[in-house]
Design a protein around this ligand. Structure first.
Ligand SMILES: [Zn+2]
Length: 195
């Protein structure tokens, strides 16, 4: 993960008190440039705000046809690069991990039910991942409604990486629309794009 502060790109250094399955469960993520430190508690990285318990969301995990659809739109497949689930799209995490062997990163999910097997980040102002380091991204809610955040997600996508967003979201620069219906559109990172 990278620092989101206004300085040249820098990777964060993890100080782990507890590690499970190669993920930091308890510890800190520190930036060697601006020295900011972010707490990791219960597998959740708190980018801003004090670490706190998040109340369970009553909505069920995405399952059945909607889950298969989400996996297909994302182009979910075995991958060393992570797939990004933003906002309420985090409800797909429990199902998607059963479909393919690929890491999942959740930004501001409704609750922390996926913490045992994903990377969760709360309160980051922009995507805390490097350029072209994400295989696909599924957007919902606030993460889809702010153009600057969407542009940051496009920058984090690898070439041909999929971007899936609510139909009302304006198509950002740097991606090519593949399909859309009344609910969502799916696009891919345009090859050779520098945005
Ligand atoms: Zn920094």
């Amino acid at each position: 993960m990278r620092c989101t502060s206004a300085h040249a790109d820098s990777w964060l250094v993890a100080q782990a008190d507890t590690v499970e399955n190669r993920r930091v469960v308890e510890g800190t993520l520190g930036c060697p440039v601006c020295r900011v430190e972010r707490a990791v508690r219960g597998g959740v990285a708190w980018w801003s705000g004090e670490p706190a318990a998040v109340a369970p969301d009553p909505r069920p995990d995405l399952a059945g046809d909607p889950l298969m659809r989400a996996g297909a739109l994302l182009g979910l497949q075995e991958s060393p690069l992570p797939f990004l689930l933003c906002g309420a799209a985090g409800l797909a995490a429990n199902g998607l991990v059963t479909l393919a062997d690929a890491p999942l990163v959740l930004l501001d999910p409704p609750d922390d039910r996926a913490a045992p097997f994903t990377t969760i980040v709360r309160g980051a102002p922009s995507v805390p991942l490097g350029a072209q380091s994400v295989r696909g991204a599924l957007l919902e809610g606030a993460w889809a409604s702010e153009p600057a955040r969407v542009a940051g997600i496009v920058a984090a996508l690898s070439f041909r990486g999929r971007l899936v967003a609510p139909a009302a979201t304006p198509l950002p620069r740097g991606v090519r629309e593949l399909a859309r219906d009344a609910d969502q559109w799916v696009a891919e990172r345009a090859p050779g794009s520098s945005t």
